[in-house]
Write a protein that binds this ligand. Structure first.
Ligand code: MCA
Ligand code: AMP
Length: 496
């Protein structure tokens, strides 16, 4: 039998395991064996559609067990899984389809007409499993001889924006994903007794790889919520042992009077990441629930890099220690020279978790991934005296809103292209719910007949709704320093 590094590591031994891997609040559940079977049928379908090793399978699909099975099927068929945020507009998706050239594209049936005529074979998959994908695979065998894939073969591409405004596909290998999940199972002490309350989207590293891969490896199960919903969280927490979320999950739970100590007294672990968590949230969470949140730090390009300890002190305001096998170096951003503990500089990461490079963008890869394997994260930080890593800022121009990364450059490019606009600056302002939200300052041409409402409606077909500025101010000019660089810190202070 051939080896498939990632699939064997995740589910290799579980094809006749009748225990539950996943259940939804309405009651339906799927065993490990059933999900392996479903992935076998889908892998047969992908092969029938011409998916060969290295071919991309893109999915902009609602969260469902079938979407998870499609990820597994792609891996088994030797393909490269490419999940896309369901909020992306047609204009945004077009870019990914052109760049990645998938063989198969799966989307919601409500949007299928938008994608008529594209190069890829289009199938549809809705939240309730309706659509063409599942019927097309129904009569195919569950048996599937997995394609031979080694540790360094590509398993997934996840797009992440950049300072240029154009998204870059981070190429993740079988071993990037497997090695990181294996490390985390150990570090966070996941076992077959775990029930993870899964409320994250499954088109990002956090919800797809960290949460799902960990559970498959440890043999535990997941309660799969379609999205974060407070009522459902309060209802399901008593049945879970662990939760992974972005800080917004925790601030929203804390604000709900039903979130009390007794509700979660039985819980084992609360993990937070994807965005900075305020130290006061840590403190309040512990005071209310009796649990100390375990904060960790990751990136699309690197999976998880650091984590607070399971047994030792979980330090508020810190992202913990480098994970076993992961090296972290703090460097001078000007020249890359290593800095001493306590000094603040660029966080660089090396290890089996670090991606292979950006898809078809060797020049971008060369800018961020050093020859010696260290990846330049764009996050600024330091080690404290006890070896804990602290993230102290970002060198990259990035807004993190509710755990979604939003690159100002993409929004500025769209605003600047509007008739009547001279220039714009997009920046993050603090928000009690989402951490940060997007704000924009726009300078109009003299006499331009544009106002805030026109600008926002012109942006709607171009940008996912979570990227639309929540605050938009019209200015005569943007504040600039002596070098001519826009001073976003001044805008942030003034309008935040
Ligand atoms: C939804 N909206 C948002 C966001 N989410 N606006 C800004 N930022 C957001 N994050 C907007 C919608 O467009 C909509 O706007 C309105 O809010 C309500 O939408 P709804 O879906 O009801 O939103 P919500 O339920 O309030 O969602 C907030 C959320 C969600 C629960 C925080 O965004 C979420 O699940 N975030 C997690 C993101 C995540 O998984 N990040 C991991 C990536 P309108 O009314 O105008 O239509 S980072 C990663 O993977 C790295 C590796 C790592 O370290 O983990
Ligand atoms: P992404 O592009 O989704 O991979 O987002 C990765 C970025 O999210 C990192 O480079 C950090 O800036 C940020 N991030 C992730 N986890 C944390 C955390 N625990 N604290 C602060 N920032 C974080």
């Amino acid at each position: 039998m051939s080896t498939n590094h990632l699939f064997d590591g995740l589910l290799g031994a579980r094809e006749s395991d009748s225990r539950t891997l996943l259940r939804v609040p309405a009651g339906a559940s799927w065993s490990y064996a059933e999900i392996v079977e479903l992935s076998g049928k889908l892998a047969n379908l992908l092969r029938e559609q011409g998916v060969k090793p290295g071919d991309r399978v893109a999915a902009q699909a609602a969260k469902s067990v079938q979407a998870i099975a499609l990820y597994l099927a792609t891996v088994r068929a030797g393909g490269v899984f490419l999940p896309l945020n369901t909020a992306y507009t047609r204009a945004e998706v077009d870019y990914f389809l052109e760049d990645a050239e998938p063989t198969v594209f799966v989307c919601d049936s409500a949007r299928a007409r938008e994608f008529e005529g594209i190069e890829a074979q289009v199938f549809t998959l809705d939240a309730d499993a309706d659509g063409s994908l599942i019927p097309a695979s129904n009569s195919l065998p569950v048996e599937f001889e997995n394609l031979e894939r080694g540790p360094q073969d590509l398993a997934a591409i996840l797009y992440t924006s950049g300072t240029t405004g154009l998204s870059k596909g981070a190429m993740l290998s079988h071993d990037n994903l497997l090695s990181n999940a294996l490390t985390l199972v150990d570090y966070w002490r996941f076992t077959a007794a775990d029930v993870l309350l899964h409320a994250l989207p499954i088109f990002h590293t956090h919800g797809l790889f960290v949460a799902t891969n960990i559970i498959m490896i440890c043999g535990g199960s997941m309660i799969f919520l379609p999205r974060f919903d407070l009522d459902a969280m309060i209802e399901q927490l008593p049945h879970a042992t662990s939760l992974m979320g972005v800080p917004t999950f925790y601030t929203r739970l804390l604000a709900d009077p039903r979130f009390e100590r007794e509700l979660v007294a039985h819980m084992r672990l609360f993990v937070s990441g994807s965005a900075p968590m305020l130290a006061e949230t840590h403190v309040q969470f512990e005071a209310t629930s009796g649990h100390r949140i375990l904060e960790r730090y990751g990136m699309t390009e690197t999976n998880m890099n650091t984590s607070n300890p399971y047994a030792g002190e979980r330090r508020a305001g810190s992202v913990g220690f480098p994970l076993p096998g992961v090296e972290i170096k703090i460097t001078d951003p000007e020249n890359g020279a290593a800095l001493a503990p306590g000094e603040t500089g660029m966080i660089e990461v090396r290890g089996p978790n670090v991606f292979l490079g950006y898809w078809r963008k060797p020049e971008k890869t060369a800018l961020e991934l050093r020859d010696d394997g260290f990846f330049i994260t764009g996050d600024m930080g330091k080690f404290d005296a006890d070896g804990y890593v602290h993230i102290l800022g970002r060198e990259k121009d990035l807004v993190i809103s509710g755990g979604y990364n939003i690159y100002p450059k993409q929004i500025e490019t769209e605003i600047d292209a509007l008739d009547g606009v001279t220039e714009s600056a997009v920046f993050g302002i603090p928000d009690p719910d989402l951490g940060e939200v997007v704000a924009a300052a726009v300078v109009l041409e003299a006499g331009a007949a544009l106002d805030q409402e026109h600008i926002l409606s012109a942006l709607q077909p171009l940008l996912a709704r979570f990227k639309l500025p929540r605050k938009l101010v019209l200015l005569d000019k943007l504040p600039r320093n002596a070098m001519g660089k826009v001073q976003k810190n001044i805008l942030r202070d003034r309008y935040g």
